[in-house]
Design a binder for this molecule. Sequence first.
Ligand SMILES: [Zn+2]
Length: 181
Amino acid sequence: MKLMSRPLISLAFTAVVATPLGALAQTQHAHVHGQIKLDVVVEGPTVVIEMESPLDNFTGFEHAPRTDAEKKAAETVIAQLRAADQIFRIDPVANCKLGPVTLRSPALGLDKTEGEPSEGHADLDGTFAFNCTNAGAAKFIDVGLFTAFKGPRQIEAQIAAPQGQFKRSLKRPNERLAWSK
Ligand SMILES: [Zn+2]
């Protein structure tokens, strides 16, 4: 089984290398306020959503919470994102249940092991895993980020699903991320 996974890894690597340099640079400096990046992978019985976002999109600030109001705002955001099945509503046909959620934001005291670039900006990233009885049948996710938070205006998404690989851009208020009819 270990040998089987090797071609997959080299394939993924080739895909990264083949990415035009411009796109790669964009990926590395993707901190644009109002924008959220989502990577959706539908594989086997799971749907995994990787999210990259400026912290500002959720809290309106990008530093460790100072005032009581900021602390409360941060706690609310964290609770909302942890209840990820209310934010990411996967096509019911896939019959998914929320699994592990990992949030990363050194500014908010989450995952301090990751270094935080000290240029006055901070991120709040997350990994949201769902376990499904029919993951491969999923054809869309209704993404509630625009409804739940005021900051996000645009979502840039990449989807890797049994139907293929897709790139999608969602602008507020459109929340349906669909990759197959
Ligand atoms: Zn910023």
